[in-house]
Design a protein around this ligand. Sequence first.
Ligand SMILES: [Zn+2]
Length: 223
Amino acid sequence: MKKLVKGLHHFQTQIFLSQRELFERLSKGQSPDALFITCSDSRINPNLITQTEPGELFILRNAGNIVPAYGASNGGEGATVELAVTGLGVKDIIVCGHSMCGAMDALLHSEKVKNLPLLSSWLNHAEATKRIAMENYKNLPDEDLQNVAVQENVLVQLENLRTHPSVAAKIARGELNLHAWVYKIETGGVFYYEPKDGQFEPLTQYSNVEDQKPSRYSFERLI
Ligand SMILES: [Zn+2]
């Protein structure tokens, strides 16, 4: 905790003062560009990897970057999505999975988390991911299977997102775009699902990520 408190002091005495204008503006309200849904994994920092400032990303995090389908859970996920989409009017939703995801490992190997009943139950919202990976890629080595699960899961969660009325209505009006990303911890690279090609491709400054409404189905494995 000492490190955290020291950091807090540094923020208040150095960073906050040097960006006083930004924080003053933020004290009047927020207007984030996007809802960024990612895993709780400590190795991911959405603002760092997208080089965004406070106020630019509305962030939802949980184990496995999961969004239960509408009505399937009374957790905070649905409320957060509704607030972002209807309340704040975000134009884009990004579901960003990541390499070496412990939640995806647990999804494929439920025996590893038998002492974590809440996590086990939470992962039921990714059951489709598990079935897709296990039934269609069962001959792959474990590491590759996990990578498949990471990629499939972001697509499954996008499908879940579409079941939320606030999301479905805005998509129908062309006012909201959904994006499937995978972040590679070991390289810093981000891959995005390109619906035209049905596969994940490196996301670069030249990638066309506007106007995307990815719908799933068979993509080539990246890894
Ligand atoms: Zn994870």
